[in-house]
Design a protein around this ligand. Structure first.
Ligand code: ZN
Length: 498
């Protein structure tokens, strides 16, 4: 049995090395790759992905798994988790015929180009035929993968292991009413100004400040680096090399500052995975929701809190003396201004979740077959009007704004709000365990919080499904109430609501 386990681990380590090479090539593609090398890079990535897929779906891996499943491994042991996590990856990869995977990948490339053109022309009709093909192939994908209740379950599983459509519906239903009501109450108040954030901010100083805070949070630059890109992301090459990227607006502080704190949260997660999971699937975090819980925790629950800025604002003022004229309370209000808007990625902490609900409900209807692709713009605009009280003037500000569907990413969107929900559950559990965390943050000490996250979340890598990890860490299953309570408490105070 030891022999089977050793052989499985050796095979998985090789696959992991290929994944790391793909990660590095992909990071390079989005940062420094000369434009003339794009096609060659695409070929390199395709070859490596094909190789790692072949190694994973090798029938020898299936035989090793079957052999290991026939003997009891200690429950809750890393070895038992390795077998079940690998089984899940192996089954998903093996169920899709390779000609289907290849055809779908080609469709993605074509659809992304068409989506970009359609968005430029603000004309959904140009993208509609491709989206119809994507929906049809996604339905086939769900059928290949299998599901019990709803085909959307099979899609969710790829982004959030163990998550089910019914569970997402339950949590979103708990959120929707209170959030819509809060947005309406805020809209009835006088608006907060974000003028202090919209003035000249030298890029080099923005970078230096953001890096200072990222390091104070615990981001280890001897195992990471910060570069510039158009669409910011965090990329783990291995836990020993976790890189983040950001973009700068010299007239607006928010994108680089909060973008960097967000990506730092992702990076802290990857840097914190247990050393013993290196070169194993247990070291590759599978849940996008948990990942987003970490980025949102550092960006919002810490980075947009008053306590944090009691520590950080004097520092920021030394970088940007123009802010000496802006009192802390005004700055805090500016970074937390709530304003219904059309574009998801620019949305505030509250309305962001409504953008996600719109997408989730439309995706379900598309996969159900209850919504025709040609009716997407109308359905989109109706929901945005209902939830946010504003109506998109065109498709670019509406249903064409996100790249996800053109990449076949139906099922991805809910993980953003699941991350927001989990972030508050985890933060509250950390503060219950260490009531001094709030005072620590106001003093610029983040080590107690980070240590709790390391022990309860980061170190476990992919060992537990998100629902199990959440119960272990917080004592509760997925629950929207902490997020509702946090948003109501914070924003009722900020906007002087009853
Ligand atoms: Zn993120």
């Amino acid at each position: 049995m030891n022999h089977a386990l050793t052989e499985l681990k050796e095979r998985l380590a090789v696959i992991n090395d290929l994944h790391e090479a793909v990660a590095l090539l992909s990071w390079d593609q989005h940062t420094y790759l000369p434009p003339g090398a794009t096609a060659a890079r695409g070929q390199q990535l395709a070859t490596l992905s094909k190789l790692s897929h072949q190694l994973l779906t090798d029938s020898a891996v299936g035989k090793l798994l079957t052999a290991l499943e026939s003997v009891p491994l200690a429950p809750d042991s890393d070895d038992a988790a390795l077998v079940s996590v690998t089984r899940r990856l192996y089954d998903r990869a093996s169920k899709l015929p390779s000609d289907f995977v290849e055809a779908f990948a080609k469709l993605h490339t074509q659809a992304q180009q068409r989506w970009a053109e359609a968005r430029r022309h603000k004309d959904f009709a140009q993208f509609a035929p491709l989206l119809a093909e994507i929906v049809a192939m996604t339905r086939r994908e769900a059928d290949y993968l299998g599901y019990l209740d709803h085909p959307y379950d099979a899609l969710l599983e790829g982004y959030e292991p163990g998550m089910r459509t019914a569970e997402v519906k339950r949590v979103f239903a708990e959120l929707k009413g209170p959030i819509v009501a809060l947005v309406q109450a805020i809209k009835a108040q006088s608006r907060l100004s974000d003028a202090p954030l919209r003035q000249p901010f030298a890029e080099a100083k923005q970078e230096a400040f953001a890096l200072e805070i990222a390091q104070a949070f615990g981001y280890d630059l001897s195992h990471g680096r910060l570069d510039r890109t158009v669409h910011p992301f965090a990329q783990s090459i291995s836990k020993y090399d976790v890189r983040i990227t950001t973009r700068y607006n010299p007239e607006y502080l928010v994108p680089a500052l909060f973008g960097t704190l967000h990506e730092t949260g992702h990076a802290l997660y990857e840097q914190g995975v247990a050393d013993e999971y290196y070169r194993s699937p247990l070291g590759e975090v599978q849940s996008l929701g948990l990942h987003e819980s970490q980025s949102r925790l550092w960006e919002n629950l810490v980075g947009r809190s008053l306590g944090f800025w009691q520590y950080a604002y004097p520092k920021l003022q030394t970088y940007f003396p123009a802010l000496n004229a802006v009192p802390l309370a005004e700055f805090y209000a500016a970074i937390n201004r709530v304003e219904p808007s059309f574009i998801r990625v620019e949305a505030d902490e509250i309305t962001y979740n409504l953008h996600i609900m719109v997408r989730f409900e439309l995706e379900l209807a598309l996969i159900d077959g209850t919504l025709a692709v040609s009716d997407v713009p109308e359905a989109w605009n109706a929901k945005v009007t209902e939830y946010l009280g504003i109506t998109p003037p065109d498709d670019a500000l509406g249903c064409l704004q996100d790249i996800h569907w053109s990449m076949g990413g139906i099922g991805y969107f809910p993980t953003y709000t699941l991350g927001n929900v989990m972030s508050v559950q985890l933060f509250e559990a950390a503060k219950r365990a260490h009531p001094e965390i709030a005072a620590d943050i106001a003093q610029g000490r983040f080590s107690t919080l980070l240590a709790w996250l390391r022990d309860n979340v980061h170190r476990h890598g992919a060992k537990y499904e998100p629902s199990e990890l959440l119960v272990r860490a917080t004592g509760s299953r997925l629950n929207a109430q902490p997020l509702v309570g946090y948003l109501e408490g914070k924003y009722r105070a900020l906007y002087g609501l009853a």
